[in-house]
Design a protein around this ligand. Structure first.
Ligand code: SF4
Ligand code: SF4
Length: 101
């Protein structure tokens, strides 16, 4: 599932540059995640990078966007069609993923 940001967000901005998919932006009240671009960091990090840096730990799984690891990996591949390292990692199965923990 995609990650979402709760209203506990204090607008520090720490998460935005950490996202490998440019899924995070400043919303009208708090920072927001574009569920169409969030891969839960599958393909790039072993855990969600936004949650790792968030001082109030408000980047949480969104139950409204359930996804399998394969669907998240396919989303990452579609977002980064020219990323040869990602393509190779995906083909070998040796890609970073929170599902591997
Ligand atoms: Fe970006 Fe990863 Fe956070 Fe999703 S979980 S918004 S891909 S940093
Ligand atoms: Fe909000 Fe956490 Fe992102 Fe800071 S790191 S902007 S508190 S979601």
């Amino acid at each position: 599932m995609a990650t979402t940001i709760t209203d506990a967000c204090i607008n520090c901005g720490a998460c935005e540059p950490e996202c490998p998919n440019e899924a995070i932006s400043q919303g009208s009240d708090i920072y927001v995640i574009d569920g169409a671009r969030c891969t839960e960091c599958v393909g790039f990090n072993a855990k969600e990078a936004c949650q790792a840096v968030c001082p109030v730990e408000c980047c949480v799984p969104d139950p409204n966007h359930p996804d399998t690891e394969r669907a998240l990996l396919d989303k990452a591949l579609a977002l980064h069609p020219d990323d040869a390292d990602l393509a190779a990692a995906a083909a070998s199965g040796a890609f970073p993923s929170r599902f591997h923990a």
